[in-house]
Design a protein around this ligand. Structure first.
Ligand code: GDD
Ligand code: MG
Length: 358
């Protein structure tokens, strides 16, 4: 089985609620990540593994994907789009692309995972075990936010427990599966279906062979602000591998057209987007500045995301926060842990403080 005969299916129809307000203008997989839309990193891994035909299962803001990637030829891929009028869930989204598949097996991806897994090795496991579905699995510190997937001594999946409070193992669903086409076609049509909560448990009950493929490669779900910031910084520093990174890995990435004052400090995998400006003495540590955003002189931005054309005033402090598109954070404001500013909101100079220091 050659990778070029495998269809790649990417689920990108989610609303990205945990990344609001950034996902109010762009779907999560299209948010700029280390200089390119996030999906570009995944597509270049698919291409590097030798796959060619890609079907995007879209729903929310479907047009944004096709406007950017077109027929995929610029990336050397053949990309098709299938849009769900109403979101069909992960399982429904997979079933919904069945009539576009060309081969006997499809490799399905969650569209928000940053990873360094050897995709050919996952395909190899699928072939050699003759599995109905092969699931890529990874080990994480806290499995409760994921699908927990125990396996037996041969690596066969014995259970699938989506987001359980009491996980029996730290082994989780990494969001990449290889389906036999006939198994994919057995997913019910015409209604919303969760692959995690319905399809996998039903296949296990029916005695289907679900094979786990465990590895220790880089892996991160980019669905929360904390993970998005970490993943972006890891890409910039070369900790997360990607052939789509525009430039060489380093301590920061400054995109063409950005203006950074020579006295500003850029640390921790900071990204400064096209047309963004950073003032004198500003300190950016693990900051993600989308295109056109601005950081005033003496401001500090740590582990935070600034949306398109957002502005941070002089000597403001922004730490572990998300600032929406075009929002303005006034001079000397302080925004800390978990703060989210909605698009176009304007906080006046000195308008928010977390301490009584002047
Ligand atoms: N087409 C389509 N339709 N895509 C959808 C839909 C839908 O209705 N709902 C979600 N998606 C897409 C999202 O855009 C995302 O790329 C992917 O499916 C997974 O959805 P998330 O909302 O990010 O799920 P999660 O992170 O909570 O959990 C999933 O991923 C974990 C690994 O990252 C599950 O698959 C877990 O089992 C898994 O551990
Ligand atoms: Mg996710």
């Amino acid at each position: 089985m050659s990778p070029k005969d495998i269809d790649a299916v990417i689920l990108v129809g989610g609303k990205g609620t945990r990344l609001r307000p950034l996902t109010m203008s762009a779907p999560k997989p299209m948010l700029p990540t280390a200089g390119v839309p996030f999906l570009h990193h995944l597509l270049s891994r698919i291409k590097a593994a030798g796959m060619q035909h890609v079907v995007l299962g879209t729903s929310f803001r479907a047009e944004v994907f096709s406007e950017h990637f077109g027929d995929g030829s610029a990336l050397g891929l053949d990309i098709e789009y299938v849009t769900e009028a109403e979101p069909l869930g992960t399982g429904g989204g997979i079933r919904n692309v069945a009539d576009r598949l060309r081969g006997e097996h499809a490799m399905v991806f969650n569209g928000d995972v940053l990873g360094g897994t050897d995709l050919r090795a996952v395909l190899y496991t699928h072939t050699t075990t003759d599995a109905d579905v092969t699931l890529h699995l990874v080990r994480v510190g806290d499995p409760r936010a994921f699908g927990c997937v125990p396996t037996d001594a041969e690596g066969r999946v014995t259970d699938f427990l989506e987001k359980t409070e009491d996980p029996p193992t730290d082994q989780i669903n990494a969001g990449c599966y290889v389906f036999k086409r006939s198994v994919l076609e057995s997913i019910p049509t015409g209604r919303a279906v969760s692959v995690e909560r319905e399809v996998f448990p039903a296949l296990l009950t029916a005695g289907a062979r679900l094979q786990g493929h465990v590895d220790a490669a880089y892996w991160r779900d980019m669905g929360t602000p904390e993970d998005f910031v970490r993943g972006s910084a890891d890409l910039v520093r070369g900790i997360a591998p990607s052939s789509a990174l525009p430039g060489r890995p380093g301590e920061s990435l400054v995109l063409p057209g950005a203006t950074v004052d020579p006295t500003a400090l850029l640390l921790g995998g900071t990204v400064v987007g096209a047309g963004a400006t950073v003032g004198a003495g500003a300190r950016l540590d693990g900051a993600v500045l989308f295109d056109g955003s601005a950081v005033g002189a003496g401001a500090v931005v740590e582990r935070s995301i600034l949306g398109f054309d957002a502005r941070i005033g002089v000597r403001a402090l922004v730490r572990d926060a998300v600032i929406g598109d075009r929002a303005v954070v006034g001079a000397r404001c302080e925004l800390l842990r978990g703060a989210r500013v909605w698009p176009d909101v304007q906080l006046p100079d000195g308008g928010i403080r977390f301490s009584t220091d002047v």
